[in-house]
Design a protein around this ligand. Structure first.
Ligand code: SF4
Length: 331
């Protein structure tokens, strides 16, 4: 372990001041990802700022009839919150599809947004990895890439974002609130995570001197017609090969509005407005679901070990949309 200093912030302003003062500082809350990365020498912060005492652990009414999740609310407390279960069951199902009960008890909303890829080469300091060491190369492109991206990848990185929670947040069009030295700002979930491009070491559009304070859920929760379908190698405690968050607003058999977000396919939760436009105003038929899936996957590209994910994603999208339309949500 590399030496680091440890401080504990009691309020947001102090936390921002601490992180902005340099020294390769990192925030720590649940520590369910950062501690592992530090043990593997992938993350080597010079300063750790414990934010667990910040007053950000509440779930409160949000603006315009929505719900505000404090950044320190644990994944367990979000998933089992009465309002989340009733109004945003898609989010509850997605969170409960991820990790283990013990991890969900520790992991926080803000930390879930910030978790890093589970690409095995990223964790193996004996192998080249552009995300860990810019310019070193990408071991996954010609290596074992079964879990890697089929959309939005670059020649520099083909890693995927590992979160289930964020896939549901993308479908719900959540908004991330952050604070920094220049004040507060809001980042739509769709703009929070980045594609790798030529800078895969930068996962998000959060600045180094900013802290996540809350996540707002809009009023519409798609509670009547939703599905979170996660395809993985074993039934629990596994990251998604493919996950699909499907959310529909329906009038009889007609889809008034359709949302689709995919996990396990790209460097960020994947939305495709063109695919969603195909659903809008149409009937909830298998043919329309297949057309939406074809559109979403039009530019999908596989690598040696993961080409199967393209067909898997196509089938998962159709199945999730069918479950959502029928109102028979499952994980
Ligand atoms: Fe590193 Fe990304 Fe390549 Fe994985 S896919 S080895 S994280 S550069």
């Amino acid at each position: 372990m590399n030496p680091f200093t440890y401080t504990r912030a009691e309020d947001v302003a102090t936390a921002v001041r601490e992180v902005a003062s340099g020294g390769a500082a990192k925030f720590i809350a649940g520590g369910t990802n950062l501690i592992d990365l530090m043990k593997e020498h992938v993350e080597r912060p010079g300063r750790l700022i414990d934010v667990n005492r910040l007053p950000l652990a509440e779930i409160q009414p949000g603006p315009d009839g929505g719900l505000r999740l404090g950044a320190l609310v644990t994944n367990t407390d979000v998933a089992y919150n009465e309002q989340v279960e009733r109004r945003y069951p898609l989010l509850s199902r997605a969170i409960l599809a991820g990790a283990s009960a013990q991890l969900r008890n520790m992991a926080t909303t803000g930390g879930n947004l910030m978790q890093r890829t589970r690409c095995s080469y990223f964790y193996d300091t004996a192998t080249p990895c552009n995300k860990r060491e810019p310019g070193a190369g990408c071991s996954a492109i010609a290596g074992f890439n079964r879990y890697h991206a089929i959309l939005g990848a670059s020649e520099h990185c083909i890693a995927v974002h590992p979160s289930d929670m964020c896939v549901a947040l993308a479908a719900l069009e959540a908004v991330v609130h952050v604070a920094g030295p220049g004040g507060e700002r809001a980042i739509p979930l769709a703009e929070f995570h980045r594609l790798p491009g030529d800078a895969p070491h930068v996962d998000t559009n959060l600045r180094n001197d900013e802290i996540i304070t809350a996540v707002d859920l809009p009023e519409e929760g798609f509670a009547d017609h939703y599905a979170y379908l996660k395809i993985r190698d074993r039934a629990s405690y596994a990251f998604a090969l493919i996950s699909v968050a499907a959310a529909l607003r329906m009038d009889g058999d007609t889809i008034l509005e359709g949302r689709l977000a995919l996990g396990g396919v790209a460097h960020k939760p994947w939305r495709d407005r063109g695919a969603e436009a195909i659903l809008q105003g149409g009937a909830a038929t298998r043919e329309n679901f297949q057309r939406a899936a074809e559109t979403l996957l039009h530019d999908a590209k596989g690598f040696e070990h993961n080409t199967f994910k393209i067909e898997l994603a196509r089938r998962a999208i159709v199945r999730a949309l069918g479950q959502a339309a029928a109102g028979e949500a499952r994980t």
